[in-house]
Design a protein around this ligand. Sequence first.
Ligand SMILES: Nc1nc2c(c(=O)[nH]1)N[C@H]1C(S)=C(S)[C@@H](COP(=O)(O)OP(=O)(O)OC[C@H]3O[C@@H](n4cnc5c(=O)[nH]c(N)nc54)[C@H](O)[C@@H]3O)O[C@H]1N2
Ligand SMILES: Nc1nc2c(c(=O)[nH]1)N[C@H]1C(S)=C(S)[C@@H](COP(=O)(O)OP(=O)(O)OC[C@H]3O[C@@H](n4cnc5c(=O)[nH]c(N)nc54)[C@H](O)[C@@H]3O)O[C@H]1N2
Ligand code: SF4
Ligand SMILES: [Mo]
Length: 670
Amino acid sequence: MELRVLGACPLDCPDTCSWVVTVQDGKATSLRGNKEQPYTRGALCVKVNRYLEHAASPERILHPMKRVGPKGSGQFERIGWDEALDILATKLREIVDTHGGEAIWPYQGTGTLGFVQGESGMAGRRFWNALGASFHNMNICSRAGNEGLRLTMGTPAGMDPETFALSKLILLWGTNTLTSGHHLWKFIQDARANGAHVVAIDPIRTRTAEQADEHLAIAPGTDGALALGLLYVVLEEGAEDRDYLENHTFGWDEFRAEILQYPPSRVAEITGLAEDDIRALGRRLAHTRPTGIRATMGLQRHEGGGSAMRLIACIPGVTGDWRHPGGGLAFSTSAHVPLRVDHCPELLPHPVRSLTMTRLADGLDESVKCLWVYGANPMGSTSDQNRIRERLLREDLFTVVMEQFPTDTVDYADIVLPATMQIEHLDLHEGYGHMYLMWNEPAVPPAGEALSTTETFRRLAHRMGLTEPALYATDLEIAAELLEGTPTIQLDELRKRGWARLDVAEPFVAFTGGFPTPSGRLEFVSDLAEQAGLPRVATYVPSLSARTPKDGRLTLITPASHTFLNTIFANNPELLRRSKGPTVVVHPQDAEPRGLVSGSRARISNRFGAFEAYVEVSDKVRPGVAASPKGHWPKLSGGANANAVVEERDADLGNGPVYHDNLVEISPVA
Ligand SMILES: Nc1nc2c(c(=O)[nH]1)N[C@H]1C(S)=C(S)[C@@H](COP(=O)(O)OP(=O)(O)OC[C@H]3O[C@@H](n4cnc5c(=O)[nH]c(N)nc54)[C@H](O)[C@@H]3O)O[C@H]1N2
Ligand SMILES: Nc1nc2c(c(=O)[nH]1)N[C@H]1C(S)=C(S)[C@@H](COP(=O)(O)OP(=O)(O)OC[C@H]3O[C@@H](n4cnc5c(=O)[nH]c(N)nc54)[C@H](O)[C@@H]3O)O[C@H]1N2
Ligand code: SF4
Ligand SMILES: [Mo]
């Protein structure tokens, strides 16, 4: 018998594709994009085209295991679920009784963004609340940008990305659309067919920049200065929207004075761009309505990243672009999604501390007795790899990893639990790059003894004798509860169709009812910014690499890899082969004096550590910048990846990470 089962891609990608799994005799035989979904329209991507192959990989973890070798050795023996649950229940109880629940760090990552199984709903949180575990502050990805946008707009939620089809000028700012969420491209092409001009602003000539009409190869971490310089030209042209400024913004006089500090000549010096290019784009911005800005996570992975987002969000306030469909800014649509997420905080025995995801090495001190990792691969994805490794070797730390694959993080576990993949469990998703909810129906039974996240925590709660009914909600009950936040979307209809548009207008124009800021207006000046330690008026805050003398060092950017999704798929033989990596791209001017040639091995190092990669000499990167895509597994790359040289240092807002703001030396490997 052949069945077609509707699902959704669970990965941390803005597109959240709708897919169709064909099942024959209980086996998934094909997984294809769902043509009916209006945003993703049937195409998946190079990575997820291999999802079934990946799910059937002989490397899948299929049963619980306990450590038998020394910590970090990755030596395990198979155990049954019964024994695993006994060990875990006993150990957790002992830790709670001796040290208190806060000695447990539930370290959840972005492996799946589902609201039932994953990060968006913070699956497991009810269970952790019942134990009084520490709160996990999930800020690894977009927090600095979110906070920056919140200062200006009151929310990170802006344009519906579909309305880029209506833009006449599109700024792709610190975003690699064709790699990190390619379905937007279709809408950009529609805009181009109507005469839109597309500009990529990126230190790297990415595949997106190559396809754009214009590429400004800006020096990393100087985007705030560019934003001010462009607005300077808008003022010179007399093109500010005075009516909008007067009726919808707050703090214009102060902000105007700030803009006037940044004439294009000064901005050219800061950003390394040609003054003429800045002026030309400024004039274009001044006279093109609507202008749509797509700014995503790349440019906020910097010391000044939150401030840069705050400032870029000011641009449509000056030009009045928020008036028009196709005008404004799109970062993430998450905050448009009104699902009802209930972590049952009433289960907490007392208020608990918060531990910060990007500060794993710092946070993993003696006060933490149990690290419980799920949907995450911190040994591959988190800053300051060497110090994390040291901490994970602590003999008094009990580490549990729920996983699908034997990652570097798994090697440090005391107990490993087999996790289901998306075709094997139920979930409900948003798309953070579109305005739809997505349904994922399980298509096949779990592989081996794998259990979903929710089922694992239900069984563990039972084994620990916990009685709160909320801990035993079924997946369907959780989904129904979530949908209580969206009265226009019915569960049975969503299940039948696989997707549903949020209850928003089409075409959507944001902020028609004002901005959710303290003043109700777009804020150029913000008391909340001052409370967060930033200047009251939105302004340029340089990144480390922009403000530090380089002394022969290069700025390392570690962007999204085309063939992996963070560290997921980096053990797939074909995708690993296609990545040709790990690679490091260096400009000819920087390669020559260092004796680096294409195809040779290089050592990339700084005081935090080192990793090795194959050199690609190319003018795709600006002089002074090196690029090495994220995601390679340390153990498949000589023991370390790019995060060995990423410092555990905070961005200016929300303790965001600084993955693209590190200085390194690069030398040939003998
Ligand atoms: N194929 C693939 N897709 C992915 C991912 C993946 O790993 N692989 N990851 C997913 C995840 S988790 C996320 S968060 C998103 C991230 O997707 P993006 O937001 O696209 O993030 P990055 O690739 O980190 O950076 C985007 C671009 O910003 C540029 N950039 C870096 N620093 C600066 C700067 O200072 N100024 C400017 N103007 N540009 C700068 C980089 O060179 C890069 O080309 O993508 C998601 N999609
Ligand atoms: N150098 C550098 N590092 C970066 C970045 C960068 O730009 N540069 N980007 C950062 C960003 S944007 C992000 S979002 C983080 C991501 O960092 P993490 O959140 O740690 O994500 P991954 O590395 O993809 O690891 C996710 C793991 O979850 C597992 N998994 C997937 N689905 C499930 C499931 O349903 N259940 C369970 N139990 N496990 C599952 C996968 O097998 C995988 O090993 O990485 C960050 N790291
Ligand atoms: S990773 Fe992104 S583009 Fe690829 S299938 Fe998933 S949602 Fe679609
Ligand atoms: Mo991310």
